[in-house]
Design a protein around this ligand. Structure first.
Ligand SMILES: NC(=O)C1=CN([C@@H]2O[C@H](COP(=O)(O)OP(=O)(O)OC[C@H]3O[C@@H](n4cnc5c(N)ncnc54)[C@H](O)[C@@H]3O)[C@@H](O)[C@H]2O)C=CC1
Ligand SMILES: O=C(O)C(=O)[C@H](O)COP(=O)(O)O
Length: 375
């Protein structure tokens, strides 16, 4: 078997070489020629996989090591008899921890307690659900909007997006990008909705750039200086609007999902699907792949208040380490992708074991996603 993998897919060579010959290629522009000899194609979000890319190739299986699938024309793949698999939920924890890192930073900067704020979560799937659970563990109220789940009769209490805009102090987007259909999310946050945000609201987009109308956002931010904005994703990428970047409070290069765990889960999920496709199942234990984190044990003395949580969270991941480099190089062609390719290793909170004063704090830390035990 010949397998093409995106060069930004950790552990891909190691795993896929168990079943064939692996070639790693830059994902943004995979030359059609190299596909002429590939049986399997393993991509990330930057490769547009469609009829044109696959026509005349022997590719029988396409895997994407990502949660989002808007870069894949699944209908075309089905028509060509190509099997497709994605990696749902692989990096959901990473995105939640990105959101917390950003919120704790803004809370410290602006002097507010997260427990005094209401968070509106738009899109309550793998990311949104985990975000809600961790906010709940912290005692933060959240409001949920997810029309597909509401229509399926899921038992959460869902509201429409305009109610969230009305009531939420923080609005955070975690939907797929749908360009059409009953649940279309393209420019879901349009100019009218942006203008309707509450005074001093915080807007976060860590799903797909076009879910928020970026041109409208720039116009609104030029007039409304009370808003705070966190953008991990842009419309378009990689050539984002430098004017918009300058108006944001936190800006990153589509790396919210980039923990080592998240990327490794993505690769293993796709590898396991590929092995199933070959009829040779090969389950992979994630722990056998991951190295020990640089910081793995810490003692917390005293209560787990917001400042202590912020210090713990930022010990594992401080979003400023990704904000500053983007601001420096965003205007230079190619640099957005270079930041993503050379991404400094980042781990999830669970990689940090916290020893604390008592079981109550330990269980709260575990509910938040850390490893923890009372001393
Ligand atoms: N910035 C990054 O690095 C990452 C971005 N993403 C993006 O975030 C998206 C969400 O990720 P997951 O939670 O893992 O996906 P998911 O598929 O588990 O959840 C998406 C949720 O959005 C809901 N939804 C669909 N249409 C909606 C609408 N019109 N309004 C409100 N809710 C709607 C769905 O019903 C579902 O519950 C992905 O599709 C991907 O595009 C995901 C991971 C990393
Ligand atoms: O999983 C997704 O969906 C994402 O957005 C990925 O985190 C994006 O990473 P790349 O696939 O672009 O490396």
């Amino acid at each position: 078997m010949k397998i093409l993998v995106d060069e930004n897919m950790p552990y891909a060579r190691e795993l896929f070489s168990r079943s064939g010959v692996v070639t790693a290629v830059p994902g943004r522009s995979i030359p059609h020629d190299v596909l002429k000899h590939a049986d399997g194609l393993m991509v990330r979000s930057v490769t547009k996989v469609n009829q044109t890319l696959l026509a005349g190739t022997p590719v029988k299986f396409v895997g994407t090591a990502t949660a989002g699938t808007d870069h894949i024309d699944q209908q075309a793949l089905a028509q060509q008899g190509v099997i497709f698999s994605s990696a749902p939920g692989c990096n959901a924890v990473a995105v939640v921890e990105y959101v917390f890192s950003a919120l704790l930073l803004l809370a410290e900067r602006d002097g507010f307690a997260l427990t005094d704020r209401t968070v509106g979560i738009v899109g309550v799937g793998n990311v949104g659900m985990r975000l809600q659970q961790r906010l709940q563990a912290l005692g933060v109220r959240s409001l949920l909007c997810d029309p597909p789940r509401a229509d399926r009769g899921d038992r959460e209490s869902f509201q429409d997006i305009d109610s969230l805009i009305n009531d939420a102090d923080i609005l955070t987007f975690h939907t797929p990008l749908y360009k059409e259909g009953p649940y279309c999310t393209w420019h879901l946050m349009d100019e009218a909705r942006l203008r309707a945000l509450k005074p001093d609201a915080i807007l976060i987009n860590a799903c797909r750039g076009p879910v928020v109308d970026n041109a409208a956002l720039l116009r609104v931010l030029q007039q409304r200086h009370d808003l705070s904005v966190v953008l991990d994703v842009w419309e378009p990428e990689p050539d984002l609007s430098i004017a918009l970047l300058a108006q944001t409070d936190i800006a990153t290069a589509h790396i919210a999902g980039y923990t080592l765990e998240g990327k490794a889960r993505g690769t293993t999920q796709v590898y396991e699907a590929w092995c199933e496709f070959l009829g040779k199942p090969d389950p992979v234990a994630l722990d056998s792949l991951l190295p020990v984190a640089d910081f793995s044990n810490i003692e917390l003395h005293g209560p787990l208040d917001q400042p202590a949580l912020k210090r713990l969270v930022h010990l594992v991941y401080d979003v400023r380490r990704d904000d500053a480099p983007l601001r420096k190089v965003a205007a230079v062609p190619g640099e957005f992708d270079r930041l993503r390719k050379n991404y400094l290793e980042r781990r999830e909170w669970s990689s940090l074991h916290v020893t604390c004063d008592n079981e109550h704090i330990a269980s709260q830390l575990r509910a938040l996603g850390f490893s923890a035990a009372a001393r």
